[in-house]
Design a binder for this molecule. Structure first.
Ligand SMILES: [Zn+2]
Length: 591
């Protein structure tokens, strides 16, 4: 058995980023991790549990199914097999073992996927590491994560224990947030000084460069990169922002008093850990409830979300910033079909709702709107009226288009033709973003009825149906997918899955025969490998040595139904292949 597995892994081009951790761009990574370790880690991480910790899987016979996280779809074609410990999407073709899944989903490279899964089950990964750029980048991200988790703890301790945080505790208490809730969300306080955090961080060994990269401190003078630095967050209640596995990757700081000069909320800047548009506040805590409810209540601020969550309404998320981005909407679509916007009644809240709309509609989410009484937000409302009343409001939330048509129509005089055309144009622009044809027809008939124009006239104002997205990924697959002759594919399948068939081929003079046959590189690798067909961990270790395209193929074979008489089938295909090889040899000889 190979003692060490030398892995040269080529990352796929950037697809859709699904998590907050920006992954590596296309590049080669060399890492030496003992193959025993890889197998051990694969054996200890059940793929159904691992994938199920990211999003829900539904049982379907012997397998599990879900909407594919790597392409947009309406009916699930993403399959996970507990027996084979593999996943495969029959829609976009992506597939592989547990490492591949973590790589694609978390946007990390192979060694990091191994480390992550190793940590999950308490198996240490010892590897011979180079000193390349990738390693430095990896180390830098790890340090940033450690810094963020340490900072969150420090802010939190301040809030709970320090005298200077008294007013912050008072403030939170007034907002109904007691010690227990503050602990649940690891809320913190940043003292109102220029360097308290800086001092703490320097004492804990963080360098100036690391601190600047984290965004937790900033330069006094942007023009002088070598100059003085100071704490970004001062005198603020600190909300840790987590990625969907619960690691702190950024902060949002809130002032105690409204101050006309400074923003009420201040967020971490974009860093290697944090991309604002990709993170939904609270998701790591609320995803289970989102799945169960199939509906997400979207509120503007962190405090609103916490208030609802702690009152028992747990299917909540908050965009980071005011409006939804395309990627946040896409993340949300993995959990729910419907979104209930719960934004403030003020002008800013309405604008945020409208700006969120395009992204939500484009992802085929049904959007409803809770009308909030003027001057109230979800936080104040739930404290005033209680959970039941709030749930009634959510249940009674109007379809976004009904709500919006009324709003638009209320401010114009529909008896004026000019005004009517203008309103129709504005509405058409938004309706154009509705992607689902059925939903689109519904909305068109609603709008045209309300405006009193024929549906066909209104439809003329709509721009063409938006094109199905992700052509980049599909193109990549079509271009890159190796096309194997059917007989070779069948032999691959059998050599992977059936002990007897594999043993039979291995007894033949397979190297010589395959050397004569084009398109058999993958089959050769399958036969060379010491994989054991009935040991899914060894299959996972084998898949880890393949390119993404090869892994896609192998995972598809792993999902296929096996022929009943594998041995006979293997003999049949093998003899056919051998005869063809002989014929080719003969032709060469005669030629
Ligand atoms: Zn897919």
């Amino acid at each position: 058995m190979l003692n060490k597995l030398f892995i040269v892994w080529k990352a796929p081009e950037r697809w859709v980023s699904l998590t907050s951790l920006p992954g590596p761009n296309e590049r080669k990574i060399q890492s030496v991790i003992p193959s025993e370790t890889i197998e051990q880690i694969a054996a200890a991480n059940d793929i159904v549990e691992v994938i199920g910790s990211y999003f829900p899987l539904k049982r379907a016979g012997a397998n599990f199914k879900a909407l594919c996280p790597f392409h947009r779809e309406k009916t699930p074609s993403f399959h996970v097999s507990p027996q084979r410990q593999a996943f495969h999407c029959f829609g976009c073709g992506v597939g592989g073992g547990v490492f591949r899944f973590v790589m694609e989903y978390e946007h990390v490279d192979f060694p990091e996927a191994v480390r992550k899964l190793g940590t999950r089950v308490g198996i240490p990964v010892i590897e011979d590491r180079g000193t390349g750029d990738e390693d430095r980048q990896y180390e830098a991200r790890r340090t940033l994560l450690k810094l963020h988790s340490g900072a969150a703890e420090w802010f939190h301790e301040n809030l709970l224990k320090k005298e200077f945080a008294g007013p912050a505790r008072e403030y939170l208490k007034r907002r109904g947030i007691d010690r227990e809730v503050a602990k649940n969300w690891q809320l913190g306080f940043a003292p109102d000084t220029w360097d308290a955090f800086l001092k703490w961080a320097r004492e804990h060994g963080y360098s100036r460069g690391q601190l600047l990269q984290s965004g937790l401190v900033k330069l006094r003078d942007e023009e002088r990169p070598e100059g003085e630095v100071y704490d970004r967050f001062r005198g603020r209640i600190m909300f840790p922002i987590c990625n969907d596995v619960g690691e702190v990757i950024a902060f949002s700081g809130r002032l105690l008093q409204s101050d006309a000069k400074t923003a009420k909320y201040l967020n971490s800047p974009e860093t290697p850990l944090f991309r604002k548009g990709n993170v939904l506040f609270g998701l790591h805590k609320t995803k289970r409830s989102l799945i169960e409810a199939a509906c997400a209540i979207v509120c503007e601020g962190q405090l609103d979300l916490i208030a609802l969550f702690e009152a028992g309404i747990k299917n909540v998320v908050a965009p980071q910033g005011t409006a939804f981005t395309e990627s946040q909407a896409r993340i949300l679509k993995r959990f729910v079909d419907e979104v209930v916007l719960c934004f403030d009644a003020d002008e800013a809240g309405q604008k945020a709702a409208e700006r969120s709309l395009d992204a939500l509609l484009q992802n085929d989410l049904i959007v409803r709107v809770v009308e909030m009484p003027v001057g109230e937000d979800p936080d104040s409302l739930i404290r005033r009226d209680g959970r039941d009343e709030f749930e009634k409001r959510v249940a009674g939330a109007r379809d976004f288009f009904d709500y919006w048509i009324e709003r638009e129509v209320a401010i114009v005089d529909l008896s004026s033709l000019g005004a009517k055309v203008q309103v129709a144009r504005r509405l058409a622009e938004t309706v154009s973003h509705v992607h689902d044809p059925f939903m689109r027809r519904e909305v068109v008939s609603k709008v045209s009825a309300r405006l009193g124009v024929p549906a066909s006239d209104f439809e003329k104002l709509l721009s063409k149906q938006p094109r199905e997205r992700l052509p980049e990924m599909e193109r990549r697959r079509i271009e890159a997918a190796p096309v194997l002759p059917h007989d070779v594919a069948m032999l691959c399948l059998l050599a992977l899955r059936d002990e007897a068939a594999r043993a039979f081929i291995l007894e033949q003079n397979w190297r010589a025969n395959l050397a004569q046959t084009p398109g058999t590189e993958l089959l050769v690798r399958i036969l060379e490998s010491d994989l054991r067909p009935h040991d899914p961990a060894s299959l996972n270790a084998f898949m880890a040595t393949l390119s993404p395209q090869e892994e896609d193929l192998v995972s598809a074979w792993l999902m296929q139904r096996m022929p009943l008489n594998a041995m006979t089938v293997a003999e049949g295909w093998w003899n056919g292949l051998r005869r063809a090889a002989l014929r080719r040899q003969l032709e060469v000889a005669e030629g």
